[in-house]
Design a protein around this ligand. Structure first.
Ligand SMILES: Nc1ncnc2c1ncn2[C@@H]1O[C@H](COP(=O)(O)OP(=O)(O)OP(=O)(O)O)[C@@H](O)[C@H]1O
Length: 563
């Protein structure tokens, strides 16, 4: 199974940078368990010994109650403090490791192609970042820490019992380790598939429910509501069946651990009875041994949960390892700012995921710093793809792409459930209100936002709900204008705007760009007219280009859509 093969690398990644904290957490867990065992054993001995001493006046007078009572109090304090410390340290260590992994995963998703992946299956990426990462905590919190504490307890209990009787210790310690680890292992094997199915079922149920709520109008209009409800119910039934199997596995493990515990206890009881009868030990020592054995079994029960859920954790390893373990290599090389060029592409070949042929083939392009370029060509020519390649969103399979830091305005407006100001400040967190208004005005949206009762504080719904399509696009443009980068990539920036507003927006964008490099992909004459150079894209490369002031330029401009 590939997850098991990848597990060591994922565990190394989990521990990276947090080894000290993780080890301290495990140590504190072991200390808690050991203090608990010693407490129970000593209390048993003390109660029995005091009772027996009280039977005879001579022993009652000389019996030292203070030292054991003090030791019991000390052990109780140690156990409480260690338990508190263990909870703090293990949870702190777990949250830190998960945070590191989440950031790493997010960085990997922010590499080329991620935005398209996100648009294609947003639910999937959300589950990877949330429940899949969370499932990895099991390896430490529910398996590693309890296993270390339980095995430590079994070995110490075995060693303590061997002081009473060598054979007793030698028999009990290994029996406990064998049964205490064997049963969870069995539960892991039995529950593995159900845990995996449970995770898949839960994911399917969530996605179906979100689709149901999100698309209820469309579903009703298309008469697909019953079908969607049926799909959600099927996912629910699948989840319930997996839950049931998982519960059975967990109950079975609990039952077997109970049986093993009883057998262990019966063994220790018989051995102690024999030793008492032979006069080898007294009754208080026998009580100590029995309670020690009883307490040493308890920590193994904590392994049960992690064991039955191991299928879920391994599924997370399976899904996350390829992304987490692959090196984070950006496809675009940054150009130094003191260079003459803003974009340098040599022999770049790029292919969209799943496409039969490359969309760009051995393409060469150099754009000077401060130059304004328009990419033109019919629909499907590859203009947006070239923009994505420059932005580092479409990785090249061959060739070299180097650019200055850039910001891309895509054909879709990615807006979020936040205020207008919040959406804008994604581009420039420290932007002042004056800067936000200037960007809104430059994008031709200032008057519309001023007319809203809450202005910049107006809350938008998902995807910019509350604004019209054209307003959403202008808000996305305003956000791009706030980005402090030297290269702006605009994909059909005024496509959704009518003539007068578009002309105003273009004039303001040109002014706001000042000495920035501008690349615009367009079908429209009004947008292309901003450019110093027109580049006709097609057939996987550049078909024609012309500079302003040459006759070719006017020809190419004349071929574009007016308006
Ligand atoms: N994500 C994708 N996956 C697969 N193929 C794609 C993807 N995006 C674009 N393509 C294909 O690549 C080719 C170029 O598309 P691109 O969007 O770059 O053209 P364009 O010139 O920008 O078109 P338009 O003017 O309509 O925006 C088209 O054949 C298109 O079908």
């Amino acid at each position: 199974m590939s997850a098991l093969r990848l597990l060591p690398a994922i565990l190394r990644l989990l521990a990276e940078g947090h080894r000290g904290r993780l080890a301290l957490g495990a140590l504190l867990a072991a200390a808690t368990v050991l203090a608990g065992i010693a407490l129970l054993g000593l209390s048993g001995w003390f109660i029995t010994a005091t009772a027996l001493a009280g039977l005879v006046p001579a022993t009652a007078l000389v019996f030292d109650v203070f030292a054991p009572a003090a030791a019991i109090r000390l052990l109780a304090l140690v156990r409480t403090a260690a338990r508190y410390g263990e909870r703090l340290v293990t949870h702190d260590a777990t949250l830190r490791t998960l945070e590191t992994l989440r950031v790493r995963l997010f960085r990997a998703y922010a590499l080329p192609g991620a935005a398209r992946g996100l648009l294609a299956r947003p639910g999937r990426m959300l589950f990877r970042l949330t429940s899949d990462i969370d499932a990895l905590e099991s390896f430490y919190l529910r398996l590693g820490v309890p296993a270390i504490a339980a095995v430590g307890a079994a070995l110490v209990a075995g060693a303590a019992l061997s002081f009473i009787d060598g054979w007793l210790g030698l028999g009990f310690g290994p029996f406990l380790v064998f049964a205490g680890l064997g049963v969870p292992l069995l539960a892991a094997l039995v529950g593995r598939r159900a845990a995996r199915r449970r995770a898949l079922g839960l994911e399917a149920l969530r996605v179906r429910t979100i689709d149901l709520v999100d698309g209820q109008t469309d579903l009703l209009l298309a008469g697909r509501m019953p079908a969607q409800l049926g799909a959600a119910k099927r996912a629910d039934a699948y989840l319930a069946a997996a839950d049931d199997r998982l519960n059975r596995a967990e109950c079975g493990a609990g039952f077997l651990l109970g049986i093993a515990g009883c057998l262990g206890l019966v063994g220790v009881l018989l051995a102690c009875a024999l030793l008492v009868e032979q006069g080898a030990i007294g009754t208080p020592v026998a009580a100590f041994a029995l309670l020690l054995a009883l307490a040493a079994m308890e920590p193994f029960a904590a392994l049960r949960r992690g064991a039955v859920e191991i299928g879920r954790s391994l599924l997370a390893v399976d899904r996350l390892a390829p992304t987490l373990l692959s090196p984070l290599v950006p496809s675009v090389v940054p150009l130094p700012l003191d260079q003459r060029l803003a974009v340098e592409i040599r022999g770049a070949t790029c292919r969209h995921d799943g496409a039969a042929a490359p969309v760009l083939t051995a393409l060469d392009l150099a754009i000077a710093k401060g130059e304004r370029v328009a990419l033109i060509g019919p629909s499907g020519a590859g203009k947006s793809s070239l923009m994505q390649a420059i932005a580092g969103e479409l990785p090249q399979s061959a060739g070299h792409v180097a650019t200055l830091p850039s910001a891309l305005l895509t054909q879709r407006s990615e807006l979020f459930r936040d205020t207008v100001a919040g959406n804008l400040r994604l581009a420039h967190a420290g932007a002042s209100e004056a800067e936000l208004w200037a960007a809104l005005d430059a994008a031709g949206l200032g008057a519309d936002i001023r007319a809203l009762p809450h202005g910049l504080a107006t809350r938008l719904g998902d995807g910019g709900l509350g604004l019209s399509g054209g307003q959403g696009r202008r808000l996305a443009l305003a956000r791009l204008l706030l980005r402090p980068v030297p290269l702006w990539l605009l994909d059909e920036p005024t496509e959704a705007l009518d003539g007068a507003v578009a002309a105003d927006v273009l004039a303001r964008v040109a002014a706001a760009a000042s000495d920035r490099t501008l690349v615009i992909a367009t079908h429209l004459r009004r947008e292309a007219a901003l450019a110093d150079r027109l580049i006709a894209v097609g057939g996987g490369g550049i078909q024609r280009e012309a500079r302003k002031g040459t006759p070719g330029y006017d020809d190419m401009l004349a071929g574009l859509r007016a308006g």
